[in-house]
Design a binder for this molecule. Structure first.
Ligand SMILES: [Zn+2]
Length: 80
């Protein structure tokens, strides 16, 4: 009966050790690189004004002949 207890204890320790090893291996595994999501189309592209360097959505920017501007005043100031 005593041996049965010892064997059970050995199995218990072995089981704990194995679980620990598996957990360590899972933790050490490097995270897979995150794939670029297809939902990226909803992200607004930001552009910087060539005069004041303020960032604004491309849809709100004024595209001049010499660059991108935040307002008509800056477009005229830059001569574009
Ligand atoms: Zn500006």
């Amino acid at each position: 009966m005593k041996y049965l207890l010892v064997i059970a204890l050995i199995f218990g320790v072995f089981w704990l050790w194995r679980n620990n090893r598996l957990a360590e291996r899972n933790a050490a595994r490097p995270m897979p690189p995150r794939a670029p999501s297809s939902a990226g189309t909803s992200v607004t592209e930001m552009v910087a004004c060539d005069v004041c360097h303020v960032h604004l959505p491309r849809s709100e920017a004024l595209i001049g002949s010499k660059g991108i501007y935040c307002s008509d005043a800056h477009r005229r100031q830059a001569g574009g």
